[in-house]
Design a protein around this ligand. Structure first.
Ligand SMILES: [Zn+2]
Length: 205
Protein backbone atom coordinates (compact mmCIF):
# COMPACT_ATOMS: atom_id res chain seq x y z
CA UNK A 1 0.00 0.00 0.00
CA UNK A 2 1.22 3.53 -0.74
CA UNK A 3 2.38 5.20 2.46
CA UNK A 4 1.64 8.64 3.86
CA UNK A 5 4.62 10.31 2.15
CA UNK A 6 3.63 8.84 -1.21
CA UNK A 7 0.05 10.15 -0.90
CA UNK A 8 1.27 13.60 0.13
CA UNK A 9 3.79 13.76 -2.71
CA UNK A 10 1.29 12.76 -5.41
CA UNK A 11 -1.48 14.99 -4.01
CA UNK A 12 0.81 18.03 -3.84
CA UNK A 13 2.14 17.58 -7.39
CA UNK A 14 -1.38 17.05 -8.79
CA UNK A 15 -2.68 20.06 -6.83
CA UNK A 16 0.15 22.30 -8.00
CA UNK A 17 -0.46 21.38 -11.66
CA UNK A 18 -4.24 21.87 -11.27
CA UNK A 19 -3.83 25.24 -9.53
CA UNK A 20 -1.40 26.44 -12.21
CA UNK A 21 -3.86 25.36 -14.91
CA UNK A 22 -6.78 27.00 -13.09
CA UNK A 23 -4.99 30.29 -12.65
CA UNK A 24 -4.15 30.41 -16.37
CA UNK A 25 -7.50 29.22 -17.73
CA UNK A 26 -9.94 30.64 -15.15
CA UNK A 27 -7.87 33.51 -13.72
CA UNK A 28 -7.90 32.23 -10.14
CA UNK A 29 -6.49 34.90 -7.83
CA UNK A 30 -4.18 34.29 -4.84
CA UNK A 31 -7.03 33.46 -2.45
CA UNK A 32 -8.60 30.97 -4.81
CA UNK A 33 -5.25 29.39 -5.67
CA UNK A 34 -3.95 29.00 -2.12
CA UNK A 35 -7.25 27.72 -0.67
CA UNK A 36 -7.57 25.33 -3.60
CA UNK A 37 -4.04 24.03 -3.06
CA UNK A 38 -4.76 23.38 0.64
CA UNK A 39 -7.99 21.58 -0.31
CA UNK A 40 -6.16 19.38 -2.81
CA UNK A 41 -3.22 18.53 -0.58
CA UNK A 42 -5.37 17.70 2.45
CA UNK A 43 -7.70 15.71 0.18
CA UNK A 44 -4.85 13.32 -0.49
CA UNK A 45 -4.83 12.38 3.21
CA UNK A 46 -8.57 12.30 3.95
CA UNK A 47 -9.38 8.63 3.16
CA UNK A 48 -6.82 7.38 5.68
CA UNK A 49 -8.66 9.17 8.49
CA UNK A 50 -10.28 5.77 8.95
CA UNK A 51 -6.97 4.11 9.82
CA UNK A 52 -6.27 3.88 13.53
CA UNK A 53 -2.52 4.21 13.24
CA UNK A 54 -2.24 6.46 10.20
CA UNK A 55 -0.67 9.90 10.38
CA UNK A 56 -3.68 11.69 8.82
CA UNK A 57 -5.84 10.84 11.80
CA UNK A 58 -3.28 11.99 14.34
CA UNK A 59 -2.71 15.12 12.26
CA UNK A 60 -6.45 15.81 12.08
CA UNK A 61 -6.78 15.20 15.83
CA UNK A 62 -3.98 17.71 16.39
CA UNK A 63 -5.66 20.40 14.28
CA UNK A 64 -9.11 19.83 15.77
CA UNK A 65 -7.56 20.13 19.26
CA UNK A 66 -5.70 23.26 18.23
CA UNK A 67 -8.82 24.85 16.74
CA UNK A 68 -10.90 24.13 19.87
CA UNK A 69 -8.13 25.39 22.17
CA UNK A 70 -7.94 28.61 20.14
CA UNK A 71 -11.70 29.13 20.52
CA UNK A 72 -11.58 28.45 24.27
CA UNK A 73 -8.66 30.90 24.70
CA UNK A 74 -10.51 33.53 22.66
CA UNK A 75 -13.57 33.06 24.88
CA UNK A 76 -12.02 33.02 28.37
CA UNK A 77 -9.63 35.89 27.64
CA UNK A 78 -12.47 38.13 26.42
CA UNK A 79 -14.63 40.41 28.59
CA UNK A 80 -17.84 39.01 30.04
CA UNK A 81 -19.99 38.36 33.10
CA UNK A 82 -20.38 34.61 32.59
CA UNK A 83 -17.48 32.62 34.19
CA UNK A 84 -16.09 36.00 35.36
CA UNK A 85 -13.99 36.73 32.30
CA UNK A 86 -11.30 37.67 31.40
CA UNK A 87 -9.31 35.00 33.22
CA UNK A 88 -5.75 35.53 34.46
CA UNK A 89 -3.03 34.36 32.06
CA UNK A 90 -2.11 31.21 34.01
CA UNK A 91 -5.73 30.01 33.97
CA UNK A 92 -6.04 30.76 30.27
CA UNK A 93 -2.94 28.65 29.60
CA UNK A 94 -4.34 25.76 31.65
CA UNK A 95 -7.68 26.01 29.83
CA UNK A 96 -5.85 25.95 26.48
CA UNK A 97 -3.85 22.82 27.30
CA UNK A 98 -6.85 21.07 28.83
CA UNK A 99 -9.20 21.78 25.96
CA UNK A 100 -6.56 20.77 23.40
CA UNK A 101 -6.24 17.28 24.89
CA UNK A 102 -9.94 16.95 25.64
CA UNK A 103 -11.21 17.83 22.17
CA UNK A 104 -8.50 16.08 20.19
CA UNK A 105 -9.06 12.85 22.11
CA UNK A 106 -12.86 13.09 21.78
CA UNK A 107 -12.45 13.59 18.03
CA UNK A 108 -10.04 10.65 17.73
CA UNK A 109 -12.32 8.41 19.77
CA UNK A 110 -15.32 9.25 17.56
CA UNK A 111 -13.35 8.43 14.41
CA UNK A 112 -12.02 5.26 15.98
CA UNK A 113 -15.46 4.04 17.00
CA UNK A 114 -17.26 4.93 13.80
CA UNK A 115 -14.90 3.91 11.07
CA UNK A 116 -13.38 0.80 9.59
CA UNK A 117 -10.13 0.98 7.64
CA UNK A 118 -10.75 1.06 3.88
CA UNK A 119 -14.47 1.20 4.50
CA UNK A 120 -16.66 4.15 3.53
CA UNK A 121 -13.80 6.64 3.63
CA UNK A 122 -12.37 4.75 0.69
CA UNK A 123 -15.45 4.92 -1.52
CA UNK A 124 -16.49 7.04 -4.48
CA UNK A 125 -18.62 9.31 -2.31
CA UNK A 126 -15.65 10.65 -0.34
CA UNK A 127 -14.13 12.90 -3.06
CA UNK A 128 -17.45 14.62 -3.65
CA UNK A 129 -18.29 14.85 0.05
CA UNK A 130 -14.93 16.47 0.76
CA UNK A 131 -15.32 18.81 -2.23
CA UNK A 132 -18.79 19.83 -1.07
CA UNK A 133 -17.55 20.45 2.49
CA UNK A 134 -14.82 22.77 1.20
CA UNK A 135 -17.40 24.51 -0.98
CA UNK A 136 -19.64 25.14 2.05
CA UNK A 137 -16.70 26.27 4.20
CA UNK A 138 -15.66 28.89 1.63
CA UNK A 139 -19.22 29.86 0.69
CA UNK A 140 -18.62 33.51 1.60
CA UNK A 141 -15.67 33.83 -0.78
CA UNK A 142 -17.56 33.89 -4.05
CA UNK A 143 -18.36 31.47 -6.85
CA UNK A 144 -14.88 31.34 -8.33
CA UNK A 145 -13.27 30.31 -5.03
CA UNK A 146 -15.99 27.73 -4.34
CA UNK A 147 -15.46 26.14 -7.77
CA UNK A 148 -11.68 26.13 -7.27
CA UNK A 149 -11.74 24.47 -3.82
CA UNK A 150 -14.48 22.03 -4.85
CA UNK A 151 -12.48 20.91 -7.86
CA UNK A 152 -9.15 20.60 -6.04
CA UNK A 153 -10.58 18.86 -2.94
CA UNK A 154 -12.29 16.31 -5.17
CA UNK A 155 -9.14 15.82 -7.21
CA UNK A 156 -7.00 15.42 -4.08
CA UNK A 157 -9.14 12.61 -2.69
CA UNK A 158 -9.20 10.94 -6.10
CA UNK A 159 -5.39 10.85 -6.21
CA UNK A 160 -5.51 8.88 -2.95
CA UNK A 161 -8.16 6.40 -4.14
CA UNK A 162 -6.46 5.87 -7.50
CA UNK A 163 -3.06 5.30 -5.86
CA UNK A 164 -4.60 2.77 -3.47
CA UNK A 165 -6.37 1.06 -6.36
CA UNK A 166 -3.22 0.93 -8.47
CA UNK A 167 -1.03 -0.49 -5.73
CA UNK A 168 -3.43 -2.84 -3.97
CA UNK A 169 -4.98 -5.98 -5.33
CA UNK A 170 -7.02 -7.04 -2.35
CA UNK A 171 -9.70 -4.38 -2.43
CA UNK A 172 -11.16 -1.75 -4.72
CA UNK A 173 -11.38 1.75 -3.25
CA UNK A 174 -13.19 3.01 -6.33
CA UNK A 175 -16.37 1.38 -5.10
CA UNK A 176 -19.73 3.07 -4.86
CA UNK A 177 -20.70 1.65 -1.50
CA UNK A 178 -19.49 -0.69 1.20
CA UNK A 179 -21.12 -3.87 2.54
CA UNK A 180 -23.00 -1.69 5.00
CA UNK A 181 -25.76 -0.46 2.70
CA UNK A 182 -27.52 1.68 5.30
CA UNK A 183 -24.32 3.55 6.12
CA UNK A 184 -23.51 3.89 2.40
CA UNK A 185 -26.95 5.36 1.74
CA UNK A 186 -26.52 7.87 4.56
CA UNK A 187 -23.10 8.84 3.20
CA UNK A 188 -24.45 9.45 -0.32
CA UNK A 189 -27.44 11.45 0.97
CA UNK A 190 -25.05 13.58 3.05
CA UNK A 191 -22.80 14.00 0.01
CA UNK A 192 -25.70 15.09 -2.19
CA UNK A 193 -26.93 17.54 0.45
CA UNK A 194 -23.52 19.12 1.07
CA UNK A 195 -22.90 19.49 -2.67
CA UNK A 196 -26.34 20.98 -3.19
CA UNK A 197 -25.57 23.60 -0.52
CA UNK A 198 -22.16 24.34 -2.05
CA UNK A 199 -23.49 24.70 -5.58
CA UNK A 200 -26.36 26.96 -4.51
CA UNK A 201 -23.69 29.40 -3.36
CA UNK A 202 -21.82 29.19 -6.67
CA UNK A 203 -24.90 30.23 -8.62
CA UNK A 204 -25.89 32.86 -6.07
CA UNK A 205 -22.83 34.96 -6.92
ZN1 LIG B 1 -5.87 4.76 1.68
Amino acid sequence: MPNFECHVAVASVASAVAVATGSILFEWDNTASSLAFMAGLSGGMVPDLDCDTAKPRRLAGFFVGLGCAAMVVGYVSGQGQFLRRPWPAAHVALAAVGSFFLFSSIFMEILKGRTKHRGLFHSLATPFLYGGLWGCLTAGQGGRVIMAVWFLATLGVFTHLILDAAKGFTFNPLKIASDDLAASTRLWILTALVNFLAFIRIFAF
